[in-house]
Design a protein around this ligand. Structure first.
Ligand code: HGY
Ligand code: MN
Ligand code: MN
Length: 414
């Protein structure tokens, strides 16, 4: 069985992981930032070294394409993920899947295989959504779920537009988003959860992905003196925000379901120790594999906010992202399970708790994901870790899945 070049893949993961460190050594490569440009430049350099055609679309999605004269023009098999990161990130989230995709193409190219279809590795713009909402934006635009002009006009947390920032970093490409229609899409990613490690299983065959609801809530009360204002006379936006946070957490925790609720950002105005906050702005991340339950949790939040409004706090809610749960392609999931079995690797079907570009690509092509274990289930944290042997095993399963899809006998001829 052919296998990937382990050292090349592992070396690149660590080399890319060193790009975009701040003064405290934290990894921060927010979409369309200078650090993101450095990571993009490094990745594009590797694509060119591998002899791939490089295409960049108007939303900054990067594609490395291997096509031969006799398969040119056919819909490619896509391998993708992202290389933008959250704040103080680990080095594997997204990057592992993109670099493993490049590694698979280089290995197949060197193996002499004559693929029945072109192969493309994609690094999608702004998967994390930390600076610009919604997340998975580049793949969403590619899949036709968001207009490119609306995406380019997205205003970041720093007030800049994505379009201006992509132009500034030199990644406002010329291709129209969606110019390359995938035949099949496969994404390799760390699990970012505890299941595979807890069960001692090296491969996850991801069959579905939960729904995501992102909102920004602004609560407006009245600033007043912390010392002279009786508790009965306060319209305290900070206290109201704390009550909403408690409500959301307790509601999800008590729901006896996979529902999760997170308030990841919160700020007060005027943000002074002795001033009752006049304003609180925070974000709500609600997720559930079941669409109706997700809607029920959104409705419960809305009802609680109405109660807060009745107590004299003005409430403004802005929708940042809303994606329904996604079911992946059964045939591709079964192909992943077969590939794992052939390598003597146990696998299990699972749901993705995290959002991924695959959920967008599933709108336009059969898609599925391969997971590898995350140590302690930790991610979006510099302690994010997956053992080298697990990373290599996942990449070899991806290799076998793709080889089958573009081989003579695989789905690639379908
Ligand atoms: O939010 C997510 O699940 C992904 O990391 N963008
Ligand atoms: Mn990711
Ligand atoms: Mn992530």
């Amino acid at each position: 069985m052919i296998a990937i070049d382990e050292q090349r893949l592992l070396g690149r993961i660590h080399e890319l992981g060193a790009v975009g460190r701040d003064g405290e050594g934290r990894l921060i490569r927010l979409a369309a930032s200078d650090a993101d440009r450095q990571g993009r430049d490094l990745f594009v350099g590797w694509l060119r070294q591998a002899g791939l055609d490089v295409a960049i679309d108007r939303i900054g999605n990067i594609f490395g394409i291997w096509q031969t004269p006799d398969n040119a023009g056919q819909a490619p098999v896509f391998i993708g993920s992202h290389i933008d990161t959250v704040i103080d990130a680990g080095i594997y989230d997204g990057c592992y899947g993109v670099l493993a995709g490049l590694e698979v193409i280089e290995t197949l190219k060197a193996s002499g295989l004559v693929p029945s279809r072109p192969l493309a590795v994609a690094a999608f713009t702004n998967e994390e959504g930390v600076r610009f909402s919604p997340d998975m934006m580049g793949s969403l635009v590619h899949a036709g779920g968001m207009g490119v002009e609306a995406a380019l006009a997205a205003i970041g947390t720093d007030g800049k537009t994505l379009g201006a920032e992509l132009a500034r970093i030199g990644y406002a490409g010329e291709y129209e988003p969606g110019f390359l229609k995938p035949h099949v899409y496969v994404e390799l990613h760390i699990e970012q959860g505890p299941v595979l490690e807890r069960e001692g299983i090296p491969i996850g065959a991801v069959e579905n992905l939960q729904g995501i609801s992102w909102q920004r809530v602004t609560l407006d009360g009245v600033a007043n003196h912390a010392g002279t204002t009786p508790m009965s006379m306060r319209r305290d936006a900070g206290y109201a925000a704390a009550r909403v946070a408690t409500f959301l957490h307790d509601q999800a925790a008590a729901s006896n379901s996979p529902t999760v609720a997170t308030i990841g950002t919160m700020r007060f105005e005027p943000n002074a120790i002795n001033v009752i906050p006049s304003r609180a702005v925070f974000t709500v991340d609600l997720r559930d594999p079941d669409e109706l339950r997700l809607q029920a949790h959104e409705a419960a939040l809305s009802a609680f906010l109405e109660q807060v409004a009745a107590e004299g706090i003005a409430v403004t809610v802005e929708r940042l992202a809303r994606f329904e749960p996604v079911v992946f392609d059964r045939q591709v999931v079964e192909l992943i399970e077969r590939a794992a079995r052939k390598r003597g690797l146990a696998s299990r079907r699972m749901t993705s708790g995290a959002g991924h570009d695959a959920q967008m690509m599933a709108r336009i092509a059969p898609a599925a994901m391969i997971f590898v274990p995350s140590a302690g289930g930790i991610s979006h944290n510099p302690r994010e870790h997956t053992e080298d042997a697990e990373l290599v095993a996942g990449a070899n399963v991806l290799l076998d899945v793709v080889a089958e899809l573009v081989g003579t006998e695989g789905r690639g001829n379908g």
